[in-house]
Design a protein around this ligand. Structure first.
Ligand SMILES: Nc1ncnc2c1ncn2[C@@H]1O[C@H](COP(=O)(O)OP(=O)(O)OP(=O)(O)O)[C@@H](O)[C@H]1O
Ligand SMILES: N[C@@H](CCO)C(=O)O
Length: 322
């Protein structure tokens, strides 16, 4: 559930006076998501999404996230557009939290994406990378190689409670990745959390991307590796699906071919991105109190994916034609 901060109708109506979006006719909290509080609003002008930014989002990053959505939407990417208040600001305050209204995107996210959806994703990820060019603000990726050790330090001592042997396994992997992490790959704006729950479809057509609150500047191929992890493994068996991987990579490359260095780095980037999601999940797993309303995500799913990537010698292992 993700309504951490409740709002009253009176406060909401007051907040909406700063906008030009018609009269409020209904609103309700949205249960999905774990980071922020989201509400679906209906006004006489249509549906909108209201987001109250919670503690894990650094308020200093909000101009980057909101500005980025504006930049991408202006370049034709289908993503929410933050609405300007009458005073021109994108951000206001509601119930003591920074708050913004963004446009509503039609579509639903797919619990079991198929090969055709992975191809749509590849095409759109490349479009996102192209559309991000020229965005004037920057935000380093706090969850890339430099951020992993501090995160690990907060989970390491209790890691074997998740599964015996994890502490040593992750120690070794982290040391290896810190030593071998590539540098100088093509970089730009990445989404950094493009999981199926952040991608909407109607039928087989991709209608838009949401949740840019991990977006940052990093290697573009790191985003590719995140998607291989999040989209191309079979949910039930945990086995890598070469058809999905091939379709995703071919569609991406049709719009933005990976260069030789990116291809060579793909297995490492896939290991790193699996470690990144393992670490945040492990931390949450160990620190979220029992009985909390948020559903904890399984860190071991990402440990298993990481172990698979350790066996991959080159990008052909993911279905990339070389
Ligand atoms: N622009 C939008 N149009 C339609 N629905 C939206 C939009 N933005 C958010 N939603 C709905 O709100 C839900 C939660 O949004 P979102 O994933 O951004 O929340 P979050 O708490 O920041 O997420 P996460 O836990 O994935 O980091 C989505 O699954 C979707 O149902
Ligand atoms: N997509 C992340 C959650 C944070 O958005 C995960 O599956 O671990």
């Amino acid at each position: 559930m993700a309504v951490y901060t409740d709002i009253t109708e009176g406060a909401l109506r007051g907040f909406l006076e700063a906008y030009d979006i018609g009269r409020l006719t209904a609103y309700k909290g949205i249960a999905e998501g774990v980071e922020n509080s989201n509400f679906l609003l209906h006004t006489t002008e249509g549906p909108f999404i209201l987001t109250l930014y919670e503690k894990r989002v650094n308020a200093a990053d909000l101009p980057f996230f909101l500005g980025l959505m504006e930049h991408l939407a202006a370049r034709g990417l289908s993503c929410p557009l933050p609405l300007k208040r009458r005073d021109g600001a994108l951000l206001g305050e509601l119930a003591g939290r920074p708050a913004a209204i963004i446009t509503f995107l039609e579509g639903i996210w797919l619990r079991q994406p198929e090969t055709i959806h992975c191809a749509e994703l590849g095409r759109t990820l490349a479009a996102l990378h192209r559309a991000g060019e020229g965005f004037s603000l920057t935000r380093p990726n706090a969850l890339s190689v430099g951020g992993w050790r501090p995160l690990w330090a907060r989970a390491r001592d209790r890691a074997d409670e998740i599964a015996p042997g994890l502490r040593d396994g992750i120690d070794r992997e982290l040391a290896f990745l810190e030593q071998c992490w590539p540098d100088g790959l093509p970089a730009g704006i990445i989404h950094a959390d493009l999981f199926p729950d952040n991608v909407f479809f109607i039928g087989d057509a991709l209608t838009g991307l949401i949740d840019f609150y991990f977006a940052c500047n990093d290697f573009l191929a790191y985003d590719v590796a995140i998607c291989l992890n999040a989209w191309c493994f079979d949910d039930k068996t945990g086995i890598y699906n070469g058809d999905k991987g091939r379709a995703f990579l071919a569609a991406y490359q049709a719009e933005r071919p990976l260069d030789e260095r990116e291809r060579a780095a793909l297995p490492l980037l896939a290991r790193g991105s699996a470690l990144r999601f393992f670490l945040t999940r492990a931390y949450d797993w160990l620190t979220t109190p029992a009985g909390a309303l948020v559903v904890k995500k399984d860190p071991l799913e990402y440990w298993r994916k990481l172990r698979f990537h350790q066996t991959i010698e080159d990008a052909r292992g993911y279905g990339l034609e070389i």
